[in-house]
Write a new protein. Structure first.
Length: 365
């Protein structure tokens, strides 16, 4: 799920302006885009979105939408937040105070009108070493889930997912999972939160595997904040279904394109005389119309280059997910994984964490 924080994709918007959603639709397989509850409440505001009959109408997006709970801003805006019965934020835009409780988060997300919304959770960076804080966050997330369930006005129109917390502590993760499973009839899906924040890759994979193995197989499992192509393949092998990340657009702003071999850094001098497309297998409009040398020349001077790379990167991610979907449906996922890994690591031994992750998934690489 590409991330459009305030209902727009900044990099696409720069070039395509009002046609941004048109170009996003034409990346091929984008079914759901993600908006940020906290930032949408700051601008344009949930009241305005409610008047427009929700975010999809506001951005002219006729496919799926998901809003996060606002909980992630406890990490990203930690200096501006105070956590008690809810979270008190100071707006980075105009300094206004926003007190985000479970009830307020539900109210805002009901007004935003996304198809999927998230229960407010207490998020702690996975890089933290404060064990007491992780225990507190695990308990508080379950308590807040009950308040979200009670406050959710549109349970038959908007699917609310619960979020598993617990950091990298397997006992706390089990506690969180059991708390959510006890409320299973209220939850159409589950999210795994609090990861992809700098923890060791081996630990990351073990937690994803632990959570996916315990969650219902007939409901979607969403690993929040995952965007590296390799991580998406690994988490899919471990049983996850949904992902979101700003990575495809953020890395484009730094002149980096996603390719099957890893990443292509367009700012390097070797790109100046490279007349190949970004990815010879890609069918996006960028790969069909621009060569690497052209994009190298634009990337340092022309803001539209970030738009072109964002378009390509999102298309790359969508092709990857489509190819995995087909491979799973045709019971060819193991050969798909083997080919993907071979292309990314043609001459190098696989990292140990990667071998162990696929062992957890019983896939021989």
């Amino acid at each position: 799920m590409p991330v459009g924080t305030q209902g727009k994709f900044r990099e696409l918007y720069m070039t395509f302006c009002l046609r941004a959603t048109y170009f996003l639709r034409n990346t091929g397989t984008v079914k759901v885009v993600l908006g940020n509850t906290y930032h949408l409440e700051n601008r344009p505001g949930s009241e305005i979105l409610d008047m427009f009959n929700g975010l999809p109408a506001f951005i002219n997006w006729k496919r799926g939408t998901l809003t996060d709970s606002g909980g992630f801003q406890m990490v990203s805006l930690l200096d501006l937040a105070d956590i008690e019965e809810g979270v008190a934020f100071q707006s980075p835009v105009d300094g206004r105070q926003l007190f985000l409780t479970p009830e307020r988060s539900m109210n805002i997300q009901n007004s935003i009108g996304a198809d999927i919304l998230m229960a407010l959770d207490d998020v702690v960076s996975s890089a933290s070493t404060n064990d007491t804080r992780f225990e507190q966050a695990t308990r508080r997330t379950i308590e807040w889930l009950d308040r979200c369930i009670s406050a959710h006005r549109r349970p038959y129109q908007q699917a609310m997912f619960g979020i598993i917390q617990g950091g990298t502590d397997k006992y706390l993760r089990t506690t969180s999972i059991e708390g959510l499973l006890g409320r299973n009839h209220h939850l159409p899906g589950y999210a795994i939160g609090g990861l992809a924040g700098g923890e060791h890759k081996k630990t990351f994979c073990e937690i994803v595997s632990q959570c996916c193995s315990r969650l219902p197989r007939d409901k979607p499992r969403y690993v929040m904040g995952v965007g590296y192509p390799l991580d998406i393949v690994v988490c899919s092998a471990l049983g996850a279904d949904l992902y979101d990340c700003v990575y495809p657009s953020r890395t484009a702003r730094f002149g980096t394109a996603l390719i099957p071999e890893g990443v292509l850094r367009l700012k390097t001098t070797s790109m100046a005389t490279d007349y190949r497309p970004l990815d010879s297998d890609c069918d996006c409009l960028v790969c069909k119309n621009y060569c690497r040398a052209h994009l190298h020349a634009k990337i340092k001077k022309d803001p539209s280059a970030a738009s072109l790379l964002t378009y390509h990167n999102i298309r790359f991610q969508m092709r990857l997910c489509t190819d995995m979907h087909i491979a799973i449906a045709e019971q060819q996922f193991t050969p798909f994984v083997q080919a993907f890994v071979r292309r990314m690591f043609p001459q190098r031994p696989l990292p140990q964490w990667l071998r162990e992750a696929f062992e957890l998934a019983t896939i021989e690489v």
